[in-house]
Write a protein that binds this ligand. Structure first.
Ligand SMILES: C[S@@+](CC[C@H](N)C(=O)[O-])C[C@H]1O[C@@H](n2cnc3c(N)ncnc32)[C@H](O)[C@@H]1O
Ligand SMILES: [Zn+2]
Length: 274
C-alpha cells in the first residue's frame, strides 16, 4: 500500500479520515499495518501490502467470493499471460465500442481519478493506468487482488484495495471515471449496486459497465436448475462438473448442424431463423 492512498480513502462506515499504524514497510510500500478511523474508530487491516475493507459477511457474498478466490488461485497465471491480456484488450474495445486503444487512451488523458470496480487479477487496472498523471484504484472483494498486486503492484499510479463495491472507502462524487467489467451481476441486486456506484461519480464523470445478458427463458430455467446444485458443491466437484459441460459443448459443436426455426416463439424468447 502506498502511503499516498491516505489522501483519498476514507472510512467506509462514517467517511472520516484514517490514521495509519505501520507495522512493516518495504521501501515505500506499507506491507502490514492498521487503518483506524479518526471518528468511529473502526479498524481495517493492511496485510501483504493491501488494505482490507471487506466487512459484509453475509452467506451469499462469502460464497461468491470463495468461488472467485478459488478461480483466480488456479487460473491467475494463464489470465496474466500475454496472449490472454491481448485478447481481453481487443474484446474490451469491441464491447465498449472504442475504435482503437489509441482512442481509448486519449479519453483516459482527461480522467484524473479512476475506479476499477471488480478488477479481478488487475489486467484492466493496468490498461486504465496508461496516463501516468491519473490515479487508478483497483478494487476487488476476492483474493484476486493479491495476484493483481503481485503482478502490477510496482505501477506508480495504481492502488490495490480489497473491498466490496457496495461499501466503498471513498467520498461521494470522487471519481472521474468508473469502470466495472462483468462484475455487477454477481452482486445480490445488480441495479442497486449500479446506482450505488454512480453516487461516487463526479458531476460530469463517466461510467462504463458490462453485465451479462438475460438469456431466453429455457436457458435461464436450466441455469437456475444447475446453479441450485452447483452452489452446494465443493470447488473441486464444481470444476469437474464444468469440465463435463465443456466436453458436452465441444461434442455438440462438432456436429456442425444448423436448424431453421420457421416462426418466432415469443413465450420462449426464440426468434425465427437459422
Ligand atoms: C467475472 S470477474 C471479472 C473480473 C475483471 N473485471 C475482468 O473483466 O477480468 C468478476 C469479479 O468481480 C468480483 N466481485 C464480485 N462481487 C463483488 C463485490 N461485491 N465487490 C467487489 N468485487 C466483486 C469478483 O471477486 C471477481 O473478481
Ligand atoms: Zn469511521
Amino acid at each position: 500500500m502506498k502511503p499516498s492512498i491516505l489522501e483519498y480513502i476514507v472510512c467506509p462506515t462514517c467517511r472520516s479520515d484514517f490514521k495509519l499504524l505501520t507495522k512493516s514497510k518495504l521501501k515505500n510500500e506499507i506491507k502490514e499495518g492498521t487503518l483506524i478511523c479518526v471518528k468511529c474508530k473502526d479498524k481495517f487491516k493492511i496485510t501483504k501490502g493491501i488494505p482490507r475493507f471487506v466487512v459484509d459477511v453475509t452467506k451469499d457474498f462469502v460464497r461468491t467470493e470463495m468461488a472467485f478466490s478459488a478461480k483466480w488461485k488456479n487460473h491467475h497465471k494463464n489470465h496474466h499471460a500475454k496472449d490472454w491480456v491481448n485478447w481481453q484488450k481487443n474484446w474490451f474495445l469491441e464491447r465498449f465500442d472504442w475504435k482503437s486503444i489509441g482512442q481509448f487512451n486519449t479519453f483516459l488523458k482527461s480522467q484524473n481519478f479512476i475506479l476499477d470496480a471488480g478488477t479481478g487479477i488487475g489486467n484492466s487496472a493496468k490498461m486504465l493506468s496508461t496516463n501516468k498523471s491519473s490515479t487508478v484504484f483497483a478494487l476487488d472483494a476476492s483474493d484476486s487482488v493479491d495476484f493483481a498486486y503481485k503482478k502490477y503492484g510496482t505501477s506508480s499510479n495504481i492502488h490495490f484495495i480489497q473491498a466490496d463495491i457496495r461499501q466503498l472507502p471513498f467520498r461521494k462524487t470522487f471519481f472521474d471515471y468508473i469502470f466495472s467489467d462483468q462484475v455487477l451481476h454477481h452482486t445480490k441486486n445488480t441495479s442497486t449496486s449500479f446506482k450505488y456506484l454512480t453516487k461516487f461519480l463526479a458531476k460530469s464523470g463517466f461510467i462504463s459497465i458490462y453485465v451479462y445478458n438475460k438469456k431466453a427463458p429455457i436457458r435461464e430455467y436450466v441455469d437456475d436448475y444447475i446453479r441450485k446444485r452447483t452452489v452446494k458443491m465443493s470447488v473441486r466437484e464444481c470444476t469437474e462438473f464444468s469440465k463435463d459441460m465443456a466436453y458436452l459443448g465441444q461434442a455438440l459443436s462438432k456436429l456442425k448442424k444448423k436448424i431453421t426455426i420457421p416462426r418466432d416463439i415469443p413465450l420462449l424468447g426464440v426468434k425465427a431463423g437459422t
